[in-house]
Write a protein that binds this ligand. Structure first.
Ligand code: NAP
Length: 314
């Protein structure tokens, strides 16, 4: 029979690592399980300017997350790399199963975050990794001196488009409306960037190419006109980045935990889900603001709730 942890945290993004830090400092026996690299979406974010107290010029997602990981481990959070495929959450001891292992905990904090929403155009799957990407930090250098298009109008699309201008010779944001959703401070910087252009009221309908992305059909939603955008013949290809929001990583909890219609987990203000001993923190839960600071705060609250539920003092 495997060890029974006081709390198992699923996911090592800002929410999971903050929960690990607080649980570790409370002397709980804590295990953090992460399937890939630490940091979740923040690991693929180039620049962070709005985490309070974080004033290091050019702080990147990976550098911030590396310090969060180190801090959680310093206070005793144990780590394992594994992908949980099945969960049994009812009862006093929760069981999390991967292909080869089973993990047991008295409490579980779900901090599995969210992933990029696909653009939803024809041919998208075929050109993934062959022109289509959802991570500027990962793939920008493949487009050194090429033309790049970015779909979306939120903070992510505009910030990542600006990052891409450091590599690409021209970056065009394709947005379905005629005004951006991004914060005004971000918009101000974007409109001043000489390498950044906009295609308003437009959606990408279909992608084409011989193996790599060479053309796409873009529809103007106001006029109905469809334009074929082709790669510069000298380049032979272009890049298309999608930043149109996220989808929660909650598939394994479907039918088990209460969620909203989009699959985000419902919690109360103290991160309790509908199942006793099961908490959700960060981007994975229903909330109005998905930021590093709110994810970290959720993680801290969830860990303190676990501590209180296990302590005689409260
Ligand atoms: P978001 O704010 O939800 O924006 C998504 C964008 O994609 C919107 O402009 C939306 O258009 C567009 N869109 C959605 N579905 C689409 C579709 N099917 N086809 C075409 N366009 C579509 O997502 P996000 O930018 O990823 O940001 C997520 C959260 O993280 C937000 O709370 C954001 O503030 C936060 N964030 C903050 C920072 C920062 O503070 N520095 C950086 C990154 C992210 P409409 O505008 O027409 O709806």
């Amino acid at each position: 029979m495997s060890e029974i942890y006081d709390v198992i945290i699923l996911g090592a993004g800002p929410a999971g690592l903050a929960a690990g830090l607080y649980a570790g400092r409370s002397r709980l026996n804590v295990l953090i399980i992460e399937k890939g690299q630490d940091g979740g979406q923040i690991a693929i974010t180039d620049e962070i300017e709005n985490y309070p107290g974080q004033i290091v010029e050019g702080e990147s997602g990976p550098s911030l997350i590396a310090r969060m990981t180190e801090q959680a481990e310093k206070f005793g959070a144990k780590r394992v790399s594994d992908m949980i495929k099945e969960v049994e959450l009812e009862g006093e001891v929760k069981v999390l199963k991967s292909e080869k292992n089973e993990y047991r905990g008295k409490n579980v904090i779900i901090a599995t975050g969210a992933h990029a929403r696909p653009i939803g155009c024809k041919g998208e799957g075929q050109f993934r990794g062959k022109g289509v990407s959802y991570c500027a930090t990962c793939d920008a250098n493949f487009f050194e001196d090429f033309e790049v298009y970015v779909v979306g109008g939120g903070d992510s699309a505009v910030e990542e488009a600006m990052y891409l201008t450091k590599f690409a010779r021209k970056v065009t944001i394709i947005h379905r409306r005629d005004e951006l959703r991004a914060a005004k401070s971000i918009q101000e910087k974007a409109f001043k960037n000489p390498k950044l252009f906009f295609m308003w009221d437009s959606v990408v309908e279909e992608l084409e190419g011989d193996d790599i992305l060479q053309a796409m059909y873009v529809k103007n939603v106001k006029t109905g006109e469809v334009t074929k955008v082709e790669a510069d013949p000298e380049d032979g290809m272009f890049g298309l980045f999608g930043f149109i929001g996220t989808v929660p990583n909650t598939k394994i909890f479907e039918g088990i935990i209460d969620m909203d219609e989009r699959g985000y987990i419902k919690t109360d203000a103290d991160m309790h889900t509908n199942i006793p001993g099961v908490y959700a923190a960060g981007d994975v839960r229903v909330k109005s603001l998905r930021q590093v600071v709110t994810a970290a705060a959720d993680g801290a609250i969830a860990a303190v709730q676990v501590e209180r539920s296990m302590s005689d003092y409260f």
